[in-house]
Design a protein around this ligand. Structure first.
Ligand SMILES: [Zn+2]
Ligand SMILES: [Zn+2]
Length: 353
């Protein structure tokens, strides 16, 4: 048995579409010291590959972070494999709310220096000194109060399409940048009740410890993240304080929480919350594009990219260099567009479920 995927992407996608069974999209993470990430990685691959599990899993000395799709008929067997690892015993699992089961098309398990690329130096602060964990319902309650400060710990391309009402959403492109902006922005709020949230809770583990290190006294974090919040408010039939779409890191790129569209197409400015990667492989910029613009630009982010896509000779590689920090650049543009829209008072259409 090979411990790596050896089939090309198109073939894998075709196979996924031809499947006659259903899949469930799940995610889980845990900070837990591992001595031998490489060995654990291979063991996990041996366990999960035969069960036709797909996903993207990072294993590091500090723990595990997994986004996966598991065939429904193998779910029980999959859960049983978790009991074989200290690392995974009784690990809380989050189930996707808007799920067509087509979130991943192969199994990728990688050994990484960290389970989230957070850019922080753990030697400079106490990572175990985390904030107070709030259940989804506790968070919901507190988020509705005036004397709390809600902070979105995700990147701007994520909060742009959905966030908690009234949340601070820094225009950051990396976690590192984000957390530094938050510390600076909240300098004079060190005694106020701060509510942090992210997609599944993992980024808040580091963020809360970092804020406490910088003297914030009342740091709280949403346990299980937006994923768990969305599930809970559905179960409890509560009105969502999260508006828009939750960005997720798989083929779906997002799941709607309350059916509203709060962002705009980066090309024409009309309400849209569908992320796509530029179809010019030399560019691959992540941006928001409506179906009409997708047709007009042939899935590309610009006329230049559309031309390049059809004439690879034109592709000098210059574009890739220019767009190395593409998300950053483009988001600034989209933010500018947003402000322009606001100033022109173009009413934002909303779509209800
Ligand atoms: Zn458009
Ligand atoms: Zn492009």
């Amino acid at each position: 048995m090979f411990l790596y995927n050896r089939i090309n992407k198109e073939e894998l996608k075709k196979q996924l579409m031809a499947e006659t069974f259903n899949r469930k999209t799940i995610s889980f993470y845990r900070y837990h010291y591992i001595d031998n990430p490489g060995e654990i990685r291979d063991q996990l691959y041996r366990e999960w590959f035969p069960l036709e599990c797909f996903g993207r899993i990072y294993v590091a000395r500090e723990g595990i972070n997994a986004q996966m799709s598991v065939p429904e008929h193998n779910m029980e067997a999959f859960l049983k494999t978790l009991t074989k690892f200290d690392l995974l015993k009784d690990i809380p699992i989050k189930y996707a709310i808007e799920d067509d089961g087509k979130s991943f098309y192969k199994l990728t398990i990688k050994v990484r220096p960290k389970i989230v690329a957070d850019g922080l130096d753990e030697r400079t602060f106490d990572v175990t000194n985390v904030g107070n964990h709030l259940s989804a319902l506790e968070f919901h309650e507190l988020a509705g109060k005036d004397d709390t400060i809600i902070v979105d710990m995700r990147n701007f391309y994520e909060s742009e399409i959905g966030h908690f009402e009234g949340a601070i959403c820094p225009e950051a492109d990396t976690f590192r940048e984000e957390i530094e902006m938050v510390v600076e922005q909240l300098q004079d709020k060190k005694d106020e009740k701060i509510l942090l949230y992210c997609t599944g809770g993992i980024r808040c583990e580091k963020a809360s410890a970092y804020l406490r290190h910088f003297g914030f006294n009342d740091v709280n974090q949403l346990h299980g993240g937006i994923l768990e919040y969305a599930r809970q408010i559905k179960t409890e039939n509560l009105p969502s304080r999260f508006v828009g779409k939750n960005f997720v890191f798989d083929e779906r790129l997002g799941e709607s929480v309350d059916g509203q569209i709060i962002s705009h197409c980066h090309q024409c400015g009309k309400p849209c919350d569908t992320h796509t990667n530029c179809a010019n492989n030399a560019c691959h910029l992540l941006f928001i594009q409506c179906p009409e613009c997708a047709a007009q630009y042939d899935g590309c982010c610009s006329d230049e990219c559309r031309d390049e896509k059809h004439d690879p000779d034109k592709n000098t590689g210059a574009r890739k260099k220019e767009y190395q920090f593409g998300n950053r650049k483009r988001n600034r543009v989209s933010l500018g567009l947003k402000k322009k829209l606001e100033s022109e008072q173009i009413e934002q259409e909303t779509v209800s479920e």
